[in-house]
Design a protein around this ligand. Structure first.
Ligand code: ADE
Ligand code: ZN
Length: 326
């Protein structure tokens, strides 16, 4: 079977990953030691054993705790540098990287520290690995729209370092409508717009992300299959869905990877892509996601080719870069 080798070798873009979710347990311990941060775990193994999730919230609690070791610009640089050099070796040629500034500013870390560290790693990765990387600032939806506005204000002095904004964290109970005003402001500023919707939440949240936020892509979006009219719209408009198979498995969005609906989404003509979400927490980087979902669902080389093409079509990369990859 030559499919796993093809999946690993094909050039592709990753469009849905949270950089804080690339913090490996070993790096959490190393940064905790470097910064004198106390952790409630005695060892790397004990921390790893805590990665037994039952839903999105059970993961987020541990994910925000892990991010507490990030204090200095160098920490943000090292984290992003580790991710980018790892995925360059997986034939990712373009990455659009989410970051959660509110997780850090709430602990007294400045916006400048966060963005300068991440941005410098992106620039160095281009020089070192030929990979293009861009940042997308995410608002935490469990916090208020007022706090999202404050976060946007704090980030605007660094406007040239990020290409867009997204919406993440606890989905159910925090509909896109809660953030309609701040996203309107972001659109005026010319920022790209994405939003997590339809991960655990209903199809209505996907409609809201499109119509109230102006989302150009939907992160996850797998609950769209429960709404035929929505599926028709997503297919007709080629609205990309950034799907994360291992994340969905670990957070029990599907009972098992064999039940994952990626193949149905592709066969319905949607622009679905494969991504890692939080690779250090969910058991793998992007090639692991491809390998696992193909093995579980019986997709073919034709699906692989479509997914790679979709990842470029769905990206916010300039046309010149896209021409280079196709
Ligand atoms: N933050 C990090 N990963 C996330 C996910 N899968 N859903 C929502 N917020 C997140
Ligand atoms: Zn995500």
């Amino acid at each position: 079977d030559r499919l796993p080798a093809l999946l690993a070798a094909m050039p592709k873009a990753e469009l849905h990953m949270h950089i804080e979710g690339s913090l490996e347990p070993e790096m959490i311990f190393a940064l905790a030691a470097r910064n004198g941060v106390a952790l409630p775990y005695a060892s790397v193994d004990e921390l790893r054993r805590a990665y037994a999730f039952s839903d999105l919230q059970s993961f987020l609690d541990i994910y925000y705790q892990g991010a507490s070791v990030l204090l200095k610009e160098e920490d943000f640089y090292d984290m992003a540098q580790a991710y980018l050099s790892r995925v360059a070796a997986e034939n990712i040629v373009h990455a659009e990287i989410f970051f959660d500034p509110q997780t850090h500013t709430a602990r007294g870390v400045s916006m400048e520290t966060v963005i300068r560290g991440l941005s410098r790693a992106c620039a160095d990765a281009r020089a070192r690995h030929g990979i293009s990387a861009a940042l997308i600032l995410c608002f935490l939806r469990h916090l208020s729209e007022e706090e999202a506005f404050e976060t946007l204000e704090a980030a605007l002095p660094f406007r040239e370092h990020f290409i867009g904004v997204g919406l993440d964290s606890s989905e159910v109970g925090h509909p896109p409508s809660k953030f309609a005003r701040v996203f309107a402001r972001c659109r005026e500023l010319g920022l790209h717009i994405v939003a997590h919707a339809g991960e655990e939440g209903p199809p209505d949240y996907i409609w809201q992300a499109l119509d109230l936020l102006g989302a150009e892509r939907i992160d996850h979006g797998v609950q769209a299959v429960h709404d035929a009219a929505l599926m028709a719209r997503l297919a007709a408009e080629r609205v990309p869905l950034t799907v994360c198979p291992l994340s969905n498995q670990k957070l029990r969005v599907f009972p098992d990877l064999a039940n994952h609906n990626l193949k149905s989404l592709l066969d319905a003509g949607l622009c679905a892509t494969v991504n890692s979400d939080d690779p250090a927490y969910f058991g793998g980087y992007v090639n692991d996601n491809f390998r696992a979902v193909f093995a579980a669902t019986g997709m073919t080389a034709r699906h692989a080719w479509q997914l790679a093409l979709n990842s470029f079509e769905a990206s916010f990369a300039p046309a010149a870069d896209q021409a280079r990859w196709r």
